[in-house]
Design a protein around this ligand. Structure first.
Ligand code: CA
Length: 421
């Protein structure tokens, strides 16, 4: 009872603090009140990361890394719906609420019911190079999927003894057993004989164009191509449904730059999502040791790799000239040292769990948790680690219109996270 009273006092205290701060900063009082109701007045905790960093590099601004911890107030349930997936990589929702899931090594997809009952694998997809980080990667639905049943996916494709990230499309048959009229619409050239850093997430923007990500193929030989506007490696790319450069792209009309490029200077991008309020494109990418990044993507901008980074080589040596900030190169909104290995991301759009609305959720592999980032004015202002007790490498995550989250792990588990009934 005493404890409860103390907690109540604490909440009231912070509630008042939040109101007066908001008034001081000239914020709308309605929003402040909502923040309080949403539990955003909760105590700022110590940063969730407690391990020593890999370098003594200094952030470009306060809050760019190791932000205050936060804690979800609303009670939620965590359920494991299936343990039968085989190296799932991408998960999206279908219009009826079921899930379409890619399996990296098998090179196929399947459909899961909301309760986690898995279909037989969907056949008809082109062969993938599934060694190491390759295979069938992400999938997206055509904005007109309910009428045309078209799906688009990224994968590592073989070509002449080498490989590359490719985008293909096809029609999901009425019986959902196969993909028909398959066509490869884009290949992120040049091809390379490697097994690492293919990216890749794929989604549609509000204008109906495809946005997807590549990697720079990891090796020192290909790495500089992240800065080369005549290479598709280390890029975010925007194309039409037929694989042509999308109209309005930043390098449209330049003779010596590829018109499909949307942004560049990326290392290995496995997270892409649009912010539900601002409409901005957010991205996560694997950095070197101590240099994982969360970026806000603007067309034509250079995100710095391999010129600037907060990480060091996995060998322990410095990357390039060990520069973290440089004029003309974009700073990450947030970075992780040590890394968490951020793969798929999603913004939580519902208000079922009110304090989660418009938060960014990151599926972390080596971090073995789901990161929840509270974002205000394009800055990360709080971080929580969810499901850290599960010991799973989280690969991708998706939110649903009714306010649930589904996540898949490298071990093949499908999780459902939702508000407690
Ligand atoms: Ca960067």
């Amino acid at each position: 009872m005493q404890k409860k009273l103390e907690m109540l006092k604490k909440h009231t205290f912070f509630g008042l603090l939040s109101v007066s701060l908001a008034a001081f900063q000239g914020c709308g009082s309605a929003e402040s009140k909502q923040d309080i109701e949403n539990g955003r007045d909760s105590v700022k905790l110590d940063p969730v990361e407690t391990a020593a960093p890999n370098s003594d590099y200094k952030p470009a601004f306060e809050g760019q890394t190791r932000i205050s911890g936060i804690k979800t107030n609303t009670a939620y349930d965590v359920q494991i719906l299936s343990k039968e997936l085989k190296r799932p990589w991408g998960i999206i929702t279908l219009p009826d609420g079921r899930l379409l899931i890619t399996q990296k090594e098998e090179g196929n997809m399947l459909i899961a019911t909301k309760d986690g009952i898995l279909s037989e694998p969907i056949t008809g997809l082109p062969e993938v190079d599934s060694r190491a980080q390759g295979g069938l990667l992400d999938v997206a639905l055509d904005p007109d999927f309910p009428s045309n049943r078209m799906i688009y996916w990224t994968y590592s494709g073989k070509t002449g003894g080498k490989n590359l990230t490719a985008v293909a499309k096809g029609k999901l048959s009425e019986d959902e057993k196969t993909v028909q009229q398959v066509k490869v619409i884009y290949e992120a050239t040049p091809a390379y004989d490697g097994r690492l850093h293919y990216g890749s997430r794929i989604l549609f923007d509000k204008d109906g164009y495809i946005i997807f990500s590549t990697g720079e193929r990891s090796d020192l030989e290909t790495r500089p191509q992240a800065q080369d506007l005549n290479s598709a490696l280390g890029k975010i790319i925007r194309i039409t449904k037929d694989g042509q450069p999308a109209p309005g792209n930043p390098f449209e009309g330049s003779a010596d730059k590829r018109p499909e490029i949307y942004s560049y200077g990326h290392r290995n991008v496995q997270g892409l999502a649009f912010h539900p309020v601002t409409g901005d494109l957010w991205e996560t990418e694997f950095g070197p040791r101590g240099g994982d990044e969360v970026n806000l993507i603007q067309p034509g901008k250079n995100y710095g790799w391999p010129i600037i980074t907060y990480g060091i080589e996995y060998s322990g040596s410095k990357v390039g000239d060990a520069i973290q900030q440089k004029e003309g190169l974009e700073q990450p909104i947030y970075y992780y040292d040590p890394v968490i290995s951020p793969s798929g991301i999603t913004f939580y759009k519902a208000n079922t769990i009110p304090e989660w609305q418009n938060n960014l959720f990151i599926a972390a592999l080596s971090g073995t948790h789901i990161a929840r980032l509270l974002i205000e004015d394009n800055k990360v202002v709080g971080e929580e680690r969810l499901l850290a007790d599960q010991g799973q490498r989280f690969r991708d995550i998706v939110d649903t219109p009714d306010g649930a989250l589904y996540a898949v792990t490298d071990m093949g588990w499908l999780y459902l996270i939702k508000k407690k009934d």
